[in-house]
Structure formats: C-alpha cells, structure tokens
Ligand binder design. Structure first.
Ligand code: GLU
Length: 288
C-alpha cells in the first residue's frame, strides 16, 4: 500500500527557505527559493527562513550572514526568520537541539530506531554489489542488531530508522505528480541521529517543518528520496504530512548540477559582476 499521499494544500499556507551555510548561495538555490516565494505569495501565505547549520565542520557563520544579504538583494522577503524573529523560532537549527532530542526520544519509544555502530566504510564493505558516485547506498539488513540495550539518551553512536522492507512509499508531488519509492529497495535504514550528538538532516528537517507548521515543502528534486524517508518519520510520529513541490535542478552547460564549490555561479559573484536579479531571472527562461 502506498503511504503518505497528499493531494491538497493545507491552510494557512506556510512555506520555507532552508539554506545550509556551507558556502555562498548559487543560482540553483535562487531558482528553487524563487518558486517557494511565488508559491507562498500565490496562496497568500507566509514564508519562513530557517538556517540549517547542523554540519559543524562545514557551516560558517560568515556564510549565514552573507546569505541573508544575498537573499534580500535578490528580492526575497520572509515574514519569519533569524533576523526578523517570529512565533515559531528559533530559526537557526543549531539553537534547536532540545527539540531534536525530544523527537529522538519519541522515535526511540516506538522501537523503530536502533543504534548502529557501523561506519559508512563498514556499510560499503558489507555490500556485495559495487556502488557508484551519488547512488544511494542501501544499508544491509544483516547489519541490523537483533537486540540492543534500552537507553534514554542517544549517546555517541549513530541511530538508524528501520524501514518497512518492500512497502511502497507514495506521494503526489505538487509539481511532478505521483511519486513512489520502495523501502528496502530504493532506500534502506537511514540515519536519524549522528554519533557526534546531532540529529541527521532527515530528523531535523521533519522536526522543524512540523514544529513550524510548514504546509508545503518546496525543494530541489535531488531530495525526492529524502521525502520518502521523511514521510516515514511523519507517519511514525503521527504528524500530518505537508505537501511537497520538487523543482528541477539547475545544471551547467555540461549537464552537471550546480554545487556551492562552483563559485563562479554564486549569487554573490554574479552580483559583483554587475548583474541584476531581473537579468538573472531572465536567464532562467533561456535555460529551462
Ligand atoms: N538545508 C537543506 C539543503 O540545503 C534543505 C533541504 C530541504 O529543503 O529540505 O539542502
């Protein structure tokens, strides 16, 4: 049975921009965020800015400062965020750790998450089939523990969510239409808590989108599989599932998706070259 189908948009509309300050924003972010802004305006809703800075090794405070400036320059306008406040803050993930621990506790109480001492290297070695590049690595089921000690704190170990093997997780994307991914086949047991004491992206984003009453998540289509995983977390926590709208990725002339390391395409560098936001938006029409 397909789980998590959503067809209608909940009211009031609340959308979000959720940048990660590991570098300067590039055209791909601007384009997806622009869709998010247009959707929130179309539905007379609010747009929330949330800084996703949980990757302590790669995030820099300077990038957080710069992204606020770049977004404002480009013409983004948010009703809630780290700079303007709001009723659903804090709007910076590194300040929301108590919430994430509480959600870990709720998940732990369901028995569907388990401690997993295996590193990515262990997992790669345990797989018989070769895997390449960006392809999803499916956590081998034989590495699931049969039993584990009951604890009230995640401690210094990774925790994974046990997926319902063979079940199709489906949803109606507001842009791409029906989507379906098979648990255990398209994705496996995924990390919800990291051994460094922080939640994974999947747990943090679900906790925050729920806590901030986000009604529609607009993001790049590279996150479609993540959406399927996140739907399982919503379901396990008995939370309403938001609508999802996935945008095509912006690619360079060689067809590669833009990455932050591609500094030449950062909004900041285009701005310094003298381009205006209007000219940048006009360029999108040529490319897609
Ligand atoms: N911070 C995440 C990113 O930059 C957000 C993804 C999402 O929209 O859920 O990829």
């Amino acid at each position: 049975m397909a789980a998590g189908s959503t067809t209608t948009l909940a009211k009031p509309y609340r959308g979000r921009l959720a940048p990660t300050p590991t570098g300067h924003l590039h055209l791909g972010h601007a384009k997806t965020f622009w869709v998010a802004q247009q959707r929130s305006q179309q539905f007379s809703g609010d747009l929330i800015l949330r800084i996703e800075d949980l990757d302590r090794d790669r995030c820099r405070p300077q990038y957080s400062t710069d992204l606020l400036d770049d977004l404002a320059w480009f013409g983004f306008c948010w009703q809630e965020g780290p700079d303007v406040g709001g009723d659903w803050g804090p709007y910076t993930q590194s300040e929301r750790q108590p919430l994430y621990r509480e959600i870990w506790r709720q998940l732990n109480a369901t028995g569907l998450i388990y401690p997993s001492p295996h590193s990515r290297k262990d997992v790669a070695q345990a797989l018989s089939a070769p895997h390449e590049g960006d392809r999803e690595i499916i956590f081998p089921v034989h590495l699931r523990p049969a039993t584990w000690e009951s604890v009230n704190d995640p401690g210094a170990v990774n925790w994974r969510f046990r997926v319902p093997d063979g079940e199709t997780i489906g949803f109606i994307d507001q842009n791409l239409g029906p989507q379906a991914f098979i648990a255990g086949q398209d994705f496996g047991d995924f990390i919800v808590w990291r051994r460094d004491g922080f939640p994974s992206y999947e747990l943090a984003v679900v906790a925050d989108d729920h806590a901030m009453a986000i009604s529609e998540v607009v993001r790049g289509e590279d996150l479609l599989l993540s959406t399927a995983k996140q739907i399982l977390l919503y379901r396990t926590l008995s939370w309403p599932i938001p609508a999802f709208y996935h945008c095509p990725l912006v690619r360079d002339q060689a067809g590669r998706r833009l990455a932050k390391r591609d500094g030449a395409k950062s909004l900041r560098s285009l701005r310094h070259q003298g381009l205006t936001p209007g000219q940048i938006r006009a360029g999108w029409c040529d490319r897609t």
